[in-house]
Design a protein around this ligand. Sequence first.
Ligand SMILES: Nc1ncnc2c1ncn2[C@@H]1O[C@H](COP(=O)(O)OP(=O)(O)OP(=O)(O)O)[C@@H](O)[C@H]1O
Length: 366
Amino acid sequence: MNIRKLKFYHFRNYDKASFSFDENTIHVLQGKNAQGKTNIVEGIYFLSLLRSFRTNKLAHLVKHGEASFVIEADVESKGRIEELKVAVSDSKKQLFRFNDPVAKYSSFVGMVNAILFCPDDMTLFSDAPAARRKFIDMELIKLSKSYTATLSHYQKLLKERNQALKQPYVDRSLLDVYTRQMIQDQKIIISQRHRFLDELMEKVRTLYPFFSDGQERMEARYETFVSIEEDDLQQAMRACYEKTLERDLQYKNTQIGVHKDDFVFLLDGVPLVEAASQGQKRSVLLALKLGLAQIVYEKGGQYPILLLDDVFSELDESRRRKLIAMLPETMQIFITSAEPIPKSWFERPVKFYEIENGKIKEDLHE
Ligand SMILES: Nc1ncnc2c1ncn2[C@@H]1O[C@H](COP(=O)(O)OP(=O)(O)OP(=O)(O)O)[C@@H](O)[C@H]1O
């Protein structure tokens, strides 16, 4: 997948900007701090997921002094061009494909498949479990429609069960109906999360040694409320719910379920959050992101767009070179960097751009 054209109107510090990008090329966005490099990456990410990775407030994305912003793109996917547009005003998003309105966000999300690495990702290992669930869920949602439907059905049931628990008189038979249906959904969610994590870690174990000098063993543990080794998972889940019923009633909230799942990443059996250095965490994250891209490629036949925001700032030269060397050749990549990166490091098509105060200029010097 490739972004061929990108246009911003009143997005962040861009007034009216138009960019053309080449297929399967590395685009290096260089410039001093606070010039608008990350804003470009953020615009592509926004087109992919209809949200930013830096703010939850749409108003922050509108150029100061303006009322609305628009992002337009021509996106190549399997040889066909999609014309996509998002217009945001009064905190409302309007979506278009070939200028026709797209009513459902879910039909638009994922048309641009982008994978991002940014410095804030480093907190993934120390954040609350919700962040790691989101990390895994976001990818599964893009990959599997049945997962998306099951997860949203489960979330609806969970809300209803919690409402039932909050009633002055709790109808236990109604609770039981919800529990049974939630167990059905959770069988699917648990098995898909488990399978996906296994698949991802298989990739990570191959990729991690490229970034790390050490020989650490990289693993991940899926933590859920039931032992997934059980022969009769349904029966085991039922027993768990029966055991926690009194607590559910006491707290007026569903205490167990896949909404509390966690994914713990370990190096040599020790959770990363406890012992890993910043360098090791960065290496694991890069391996995770590239592993995700590999899975997307194997399942969908094309690589996602890779957005590497400020990835070089804390890697030494040999790791920077290794990273560049291992980026798949049929992947379009955007790298932001405040430091100049030598052209000689690249053995594939690369384009350099100089970003200055919301203006982009292709840098033609070698
Ligand atoms: N809504 C907005 N309207 C106008 N300007 C904005 C808006 N939001 C951010 N900016 C400006 O955009 C610039 C920051 O852009 P960006 O985050 O892309 O920086 P960068 O070039 O990636 O820098 P760094 O190397 O420090 O990460 C700042 O000058 C900031 O004031």
